[in-house]
Design a binder for this molecule. Structure first.
Ligand code: ADP
Ligand code: TRP
Length: 367
């Protein structure tokens, strides 16, 4: 069976969703003894804290887009722009980052026919659910979260938003009854928290939420930044494949290399330029560059030129599309509002169910 953890049974919340929703998540085999799952719902979010870099694109966006192409998946991808309020406070900057993140997803091939694509903030139901979930989240569970402890140590200001970040993330996931959540290693604990909260609620109020499964991106390599460490906005070592050619060249030329003289053989396995190249090139090109490193007489400057040419070639269409989207923010808006209408309709159904369970639905009859 493709999704053994679902054991071929539909979760009750899904059964209701299917009747109420226009979005076909499951295919029923009417005469089969048990209903068979045809689709698993995958959901993931990426924070809009800057312009997406090569690490985000190769490590998160492209793998997610590939997953969405699988007909066994129904996909929801969103821009976690509410989560960014924990760090990004400037409204103009927020808009720029949201647009750049949306443009990157779309430029990399996200197809809004196949994926429900939306901004988290345009589905305010998530905030209501987050409040309910807050009231079922043990304080020590959040106080012990690695990401929180790490940030609390590093940041000068620690907001309550940072503390309850995992609860909003749980609401993101549970609101849409997601089965599978692709995330990086650093988010696995947050997924555990979401499952814990869902299980606590279900125990008290009966089957309500689907317990989501994390799909760790273990198999995806860490993309090195210009300093050889993991590429990350926080380390200021990023390469933006959508940047103007001049800026892209500047970033690539700044990749740190050792001081082996040009005529000497070089170790490709200790070189960020080679690693980046090998992540984008086919086997033959990679083998060719490896041989040049090992032979000597080939400089890092030449390897950097080769990397620049490869990025320009591999991202040629994506760069064109990205530029077109950025120059026409209205076209981004038009795509997002389609997904947002769908997401709001799905969210409202789940929320209504939760409200009813908690006794928040209005009395409709006169007594
Ligand atoms: P940043 O570290 O730049 O702030 P995020 O934490 O917002 O990036 O990353 C969003 C997702 O992109 C992560 O969950 C992770 O899966 C992926 N990602 C980020 N940086 C890399 C990298 N250097 N290599 C591979 N994947 C990455
Ligand atoms: N916290 C995630 C990150 O920083 C982003 C995120 C927010 C997310 N809500 C989510 C990811 C829900 C998956 C599912 O990477």
């Amino acid at each position: 069976m493709k999704f053994p953890f679902l054991k071929g049974q539909l979760h009750k919340s899904k059964q209701q969703l299917i009747f109420l929703s226009n979005y076909r998540a499951y295919l029923y085999l009417p005469n089969a003894p048990t209903q068979t799952i045809a689709m698993a719902r995958i959901l993931t979010g990426i924070q809009s804290t800057g312009r997406p870099h090569l690490g985000n694109i190769l490590g998160a966006m492209m793998p997610a887009i590939r997953l969405a192409k699988d007909p066994a998946h129904e996909a929801l991808f969103f821009i976690a722009d509410l989560h960014t309020l924990t760090t990004v406070k400037d409204p103009a900057q927020r808009q720029t980052y949201v647009q750049a993140t949306a443009a990157a997803w779309l430029a990399c091939g996200l197809d809004i026919e196949k994926v429900i694509f939306y901004r988290q903030s345009r589905v305010p139901a998530v905030c209501e659910l987050a409040w309910y979930l807050n009231c079922f989240t043990p304080y020590p569970m959040l106080a012990n979260a690695h990401a929180f402890k790490d940030k609390a140590r590093r940041l000068s200001e620690v907001s309550t938003g940072l503390f309850t970040y995992p609860v909003l993330m749980a609401a993101d996931i549970l609101l849409y009854a997601a089965d599978i959540v692709p995330v990086g290693q650093d988010q696995l604990q947050h997924l555990e928290i979401a499952r814990d909260i869902a299980a606590t609620f279900n125990r008290q109020y009966g089957d309500t939420f689907v317990l989501p499964q994390a799909q760790s991106r273990d198999n995806i390599q860490i993309i090195p930044g210009t300093d050889g460490q993991k590429m990350s906005k926080s380390y200021n070592n990023t390469i933006d494949p959508f940047a103007l050619e001049k800026e892209l060249k500047k970033a690539i030329m700044a990749i740190k290399t050792d001081s082996t003289p040009l005529d000497q053989p070089k170790n490709p396995d200790h070189c960020a330029v080679f690693k980046l190249y090998s992540m984008l090139a086919n086997q033959a090109l990679t083998a060719d560059l490896r041989a040049k490193y090992l032979a000597g007489g080939y400089g890092y400057g030449q390897a950097k030129q080769a990397l620049l040419a490869l990025i320009l070639e591999q991202f040629r269409e994506e760069r064109q599309r990205f530029r077109a989207y950025i120059q026409d923010p209205y076209s981004i808006e038009q795509q997002l509002i389609i997904g947002e209408a769908k997401a709001r309709a799905m969210a409202e159904q789940m929320l209504e169910k939760v409200r009813t369970k908690l006794g928040y639905t209005p009395t409709t009859k006169n007594r």
